[in-house]
Ligand binder design. Structure first.
Ligand code: SF4
Ligand code: SF4
Length: 284
């Protein structure tokens, strides 16, 4: 069972839900922090990192001596990563999506394979949790290839929990792709509702069953609940706002560790997720 925990915007409690869920299960869990631009699940799970490895992506390298400036590489590059100025072919590495198109079309075969550092993947353990997170290199704009590598290299495990990046763009899709259930974490405010709608639309496109966790549920209004009811979106859990919970978060302490009664709540959340996923599967 692969569960993604996502949110339409940052700061809604996505990592709180993902990390507490992983810890509450008290069983072998693989945890992937795919929020590679700002991973922070390790602050709560405190894994012992045993391995750190660099991840690279393909980058074309043009041999100017053999190049006849035909411009075919520029024409095929739909990301504008190659330009020609007079007799010079310019490559803009930060725009390159590593598609390999220029490499394939060059008639002179003067483009070779170089590589660009995307970031690192750290792996370790946090009790029964097998922990992995990606850290995007500072200045690197392309996070999806690093997220895809993190997903691809760590697909094994009966239960995989993914802390997805916030938002609804390519990095989120890369993290949520081919998962069995998506937990959308939101808060009951106009901003929360707006971003929930965007995230829900994205999830519908992916055709993955999903449900909502409402964080700080006793603040704001009821518009998120009303949206969920009218869109057949199950409300999986409501976490109330409390100064104590906020303080625990600010100190990097898991709710289930500070207040053990939350363990049963997150275990119940897991059972609800499984039931919802099975229900959706039976309808398909
Ligand atoms: S690999 Fe693809 S994205 Fe990168 S420069 Fe070549 S054509 Fe453009
Ligand atoms: S396709 Fe090859 S030969 Fe043509 S401009 Fe690009 S690098 Fe030069």
């Amino acid at each position: 069972m692969i569960i993604s925990v996502a949110s339409g915007k940052g700061g809604t409690g996505k990592t709180t839900v993902a990390t507490n869920l992983a810890r509450a299960l008290n069983t072998q869990v693989t945890f992937l922090d795919c929020d590679v631009e700002e991973p922070n699940a390790h602050l709560f799970l405190n894994p012992k990192i045993k391995e750190s490895r660099d991840v690279f992506t393909f980058l074309p390298k043009i041999d100017e001596k053999q190049c006849d400036q035909c411009g075919e590489c520029r024409d095929i590059c739909r990301f504008g990563a190659i330009a020609t100025v007079g007799k010079t072919v310019l490559l803009f590495p930060e725009l390159c999506h590593s598609c390999g198109g220029c490499f394939a079309v060059c008639p002179q075969k003067c483009i070779s394979e170089d590589k660009r550092l995307l970031g690192t993947i750290d792996s370790g353990t946090a009790g029964k949790i097998e922990f992995h997170h990606g850290i995007l290199r500072v200045g690197e704009a392309m996070s999806p290839p690093l997220i895809k590598r993190l997903r691809k290299d760590h697909q094994k495990g009966e239960t995989i929990i993914i802390d997805a990046p916030p938002g609804t763009s390519c990095p989120v899709i890369a993290a949520m792709h081919e998962t069995h259930f998506i937990v959308l974490v939101t808060e009951p405010t106009p901003f929360g509702l707006h971003d929930l709608k965007l995230a829900h639309e994205t999830v519908k496109q992916l055709e993955i069953p999903c449900g909502v966790v409402i964080n700080r549920a006793n603040l704001g209004d009821h518009s998120v609940q009303e949206y969920a009811y009218s869109n057949n979106l199950p409300i999986l859990l409501e976490i109330p706002f409390s100064k104590h919970i906020a303080e625990l978060y600010s100190r990097g302490i898991l709710l289930v560790e500070a207040e053990p009664e939350w363990t049963a709540t997150f275990q119940e959340l897991f059972r609800t997720i499984i039931n919802c996923a099975e229900l959706e599967r039976s309808k398909a």
